[in-house]
Design a protein around this ligand. Structure first.
Ligand code: NAP
Length: 311
């Protein structure tokens, strides 16, 4: 593949930026990859493992001469970083982000960017519960959606160029309205994460079950909740604080559905439960048919003796 940007600046060097660095390198999409992170520890690790061609101590140094700047830190910090780098951006450069929320990021970042700099927000729908500069891998975005949410004055040619970068990293790219993005993600990602956090919290508080029993007998359902609930606390705090309205809307609907099921259980209404679970099973089938998950037993996990005991 050919070089799409001559110098890419990654601001934040965690799972997502690290995966972008690996993927851009593997596919030859960037002339030079410059990175920076907030803490000296992360910058040192990035240097040690050769994550980027160059690691700078500040975001201001990193963006100098870059034609693509990627904001890859928790969404609550993006406005502040945008204000810091804005005076140092090259004319014609594109600023994008990878944040899990779009409306709030656009409101926080957009006003700082000078005329002549393209702002094209984005969000790769790919991740793991791991974070930090060692967590990234080149295949993370392959066959996963990346949503771009161009703003009113985003230049179509700049959008096409950014689309080319994501496609070069293996992603399927679609464009979406920012508000619609936030509602869709509240359903598919944000509310499920909150439910996982809550369920693990419930188990933690259940004094009758000792911690060791929860871990020892964790069957597939609870174990999957614990994986999700191990996600980065800062990132998820910011997601809920910045996508407040959509998340509260979905949680309201969730509570209503929960009451429907609770009532069916209380009334012994097996038909209602069976019909409900049949509908939800079809959604799972749709996700597999869309190639967004595997139908291998237990999500394709490799079994160990320990897993067998717990499953
Ligand atoms: P991560 O692995 O936790 O890395 C975050 C990076 O941001 C670190 O390099 C960190 O620097 C830096 N950072 C943290 N707070 C900062 C601040 N206040 N100012 C400047 N830099 C700061 O995070 P990630 O998973 O890559 O997530 C990055 C973004 O991608 C988030 O906006 C998230 O919503 C989005 N996203 C995440 C996923 C996912 O599954 N993880 C999926 C899609 C999108 P230090 O290490 O020096 O603290």
């Amino acid at each position: 593949m050919s070089v799409i940007y001559t110098r890419v600046a990654l601001i934040g060097l965690g799972l997502i930026a690290g995966s972008m660095a690996h993927a851009m390198r593997r596919h030859g999409l960037a002339g030079e990859i410059v990175g920076t992170a907030r803490s000296p520890e992360t910058r040192d690790t990035a240097r040690e493992i050769g994550l980027c061609d160059r690691v700078t101590d500040t975001a201001v140094e990193a963006v100098k001469g870059a034609d693509l700047i990627v904001l890859a830190m928790p969404v609550g910090a993006m406005g502040r970083v945008a204000a810091e780098i804005a005076p140092h951006l090259a004319p014609g450069a594109t600023v994008t982000d990878v944040g899990s929320v779009k409306g709030d990021v656009i409101a926080a970042v957009g006003p700082h960017l000078p005329a002549g700099v393209h702002f094209i927000p984005g969000h790769p729908l790919a991740g793991t519960e791991h974070s930090g500069p060692r967590a990234g891998f080149a295949e993370l975005f392959e066959n996963r959606y990346t949503l771009l949410t161009p703003v009113a004055d985003s230049d179509p040619a700049a959008v096409m160029r950014l689309r080319g970068l994501w496609e070069g990293m293996g992603a399927i790219v679609e464009e979406m309205e920012p508000d619609h993005h936030d509602l869709v993600l509240a359903v598919t990602s944000h509310a499920p994460h909150l439910i996982a956090y809550t369920m693990v919290g419930v188990a933690d508080h259940l004094r009758r079950v000792t911690e060791s029993e929860v871990i020892k007998y964790s069957a597939a359902g609870f174990r999957d909740f614990t994986r999700i609930a191990a996600s980065d606390p800062t990132m998820w705090r910011d997601v809920f604080l910045t996508n407040k309205e959509a998340v509260l809307d979905i949680l309201g609907r969730f509570t209503e559905e929960l009451f429907v099921l609770q009532r069916a259980i209380r009334m012994g209404d097996g038909d209602e439960l069976h019909a409900y679970f049949t509908r939800t099973r079809a959604i799972r089938r749709g996700i597999i048919e869309a190639g967004q998950d595997t139908d291998a037993p237990d999500f394709g996990r490799v079994k160990t003796r320990k897993d067998d005991a717990g499953a």
